[in-house]
Design a protein around this ligand. Structure first.
Ligand code: GLA
Length: 397
């Protein structure tokens, strides 16, 4: 089993070489920003709650230089060589660029909207974050481009400010109403540390995540489930939550505590409120699970203690938030039967990846058990890899 998903970590050299061959000059700089895995805290970020992701090794590398104002901006992806997308950063607006390049143009638009003068850029992006795997390939490209643009021009933005600009690009240019977790994880990741975020205050704390010291590993399995209706379902869940908060008279579901949950559920007592009750129960119990996991990991006790919380998170996503699909449930159930300490879907849902906390020497056999379960059902083989917490956005050259 590889320790990377699909193709190895992005390197400064690859993006630099492609840049040189396209533009006949060296890039002025190279930046990288990673994808993420969320350990726990799903669909809590847009409810102003808690999340606990980690940056992973798979990342997006961006080689960048200033371009002549008259030439406009260009972006080429190493994953689609031969196709260069051009737009004018000085005037580009939502709707002008679509497809993968919208994440790039959207970031330059968001910088401009925030009053920063970036000018036109030539960009080459090279990403090893698998697409459609719920590992935040979009946050990786957004944050890498934002860090590159800010770094090139010398705009003084901290990691959280860049994350917020990247989120703005995704919300208002790409049109995906995501929360801020992925961009914050990509910007704030640290080797060996989780990124514990209070998404209301945007306070970030790194929490030690030493699995190998305890003989454990974090196995990621990209289920490769066909992703359908993801954005529509995501937006629908977000709407459900916002309506529930309004009905309950709180600014966000974050304001319902575990102790107040029964009371809140009792107040959603209309004949059609069953779905809303389930959504609220997921968010409120998930926030509590994040805090519990943080407590366990901070205390330095055996991380195996978080296993039941991972499992409870999965059950809550499956039964109350209703965002899992058979590929995901089969992967989680099979990993647990094959000996995983805990397992859950990670990310927005309706496919994507699962994570399993496993004994180090069982990672291979658990991945094989899941592959076997998929083969029995005639499903495409899943893509497993072992991950650990890595560095967030950084300048490479
Ligand atoms: C996607 C979004 C995040 C978050 C997760 C679910 O990854 O981009 O903001 O809402 O789904 O936890």
């Amino acid at each position: 089993m590889s320790t990377d998903a699909q193709g190895g970590a992005g390197s400064a050299q690859g993006a630099t070489q492609l840049f040189e061959s396209l533009h006949g000059r060296a890039p002025q700089g190279v930046w990288a920003s990673p994808g993420r895995v969320n350990l726990i805290g799903e669909h809590t970020d847009y409810n102003e709650g808690f999340v606990l992701p980690l940056a992973i090794r798979q990342r997006c590398v961006v080689a960048a230089s200033a371009a002549d104002a008259s030439a406009g901006s260009s972006v080429t992806s190493a994953q689609r060589p031969g196709e260069t997308i051009r737009f004018t950063a000085a005037t580009v607006s939502p709707g002008d660029v679509d497809g993968w390049a919208a994440y790039v143009a959207g970031v330059l638009w968001a910088l401009r909207e925030a009053g920063h003068v970036v000018g036109e850029l030539d960009l080459v992006v090279d990403s090893t974050v698998p697409l459609g795997a719920s590992l935040s390939s979009s946050a990786a490209i957004e944050c890498a481009v934002a860090a590159a643009a800010a770094g090139l021009v010398g705009i003084d933005l901290d990691a959280t400010q860049i994350a917020l600009l990247a989120q703005r690009a995704e919300n208002d240019f790409v049109g995906m109403p995501c929360g801020v977790m992925d961009q914050m994880a990509s910007m704030h990741g640290k080797p060996g540390q989780l990124v514990f975020i209070d998404t209301r205050s945007l306070a970030v704390e790194n929490v030690p995540f030493d699995l190998s010291g305890h003989g454990l590993a974090l196995l990621v399995i990209d289920t490769r489930a066909p992703h359908a209706l993801v954005d529509g379902e995501y937006a629908a869940r977000r709407r459900d939550c916002e309506q529930a908060a309004q009905r309950l008279g709180v600014p966000a579901l974050r304001d319902i505590t575990g102790a107040g949950l029964d009371d809140a559920l009792a107040r959603l007592d209309g004949p059609d409120d069953e779905t809303m009750r389930k959504r609220v129960r997921h968010v409120v119990t998930e926030d509590d699970r994040v805090l519990e996991v943080v407590q366990v990991l901070r205390s330095g006790t055996d991380p195996r203690a978080i296993g039941p919380m991972l499992n409870a998170s999965h059950a809550s996503m499956r039964d109350d938030f209703e965002i899992t699909v058979p590929h995901v449930d089969v992967a989680v159930d099979t990993a647990l039967s094959a000996g995983a300490v805990g397992a859950r879907m990670t990310g927005g849902g309706f496919g994507g990846s699962i994570i399993a906390l496993v004994e180090q020497d069982a990672a291979e056999s658990i991945a094989q058990a899941v592959a076997g379960a998929y083969a029995e059902r005639g499903w495409e083989a899943p893509a497993p890899f072992v991950t650990r917490a890595e560095q967030g956005a950084t300048r490479l050259a």
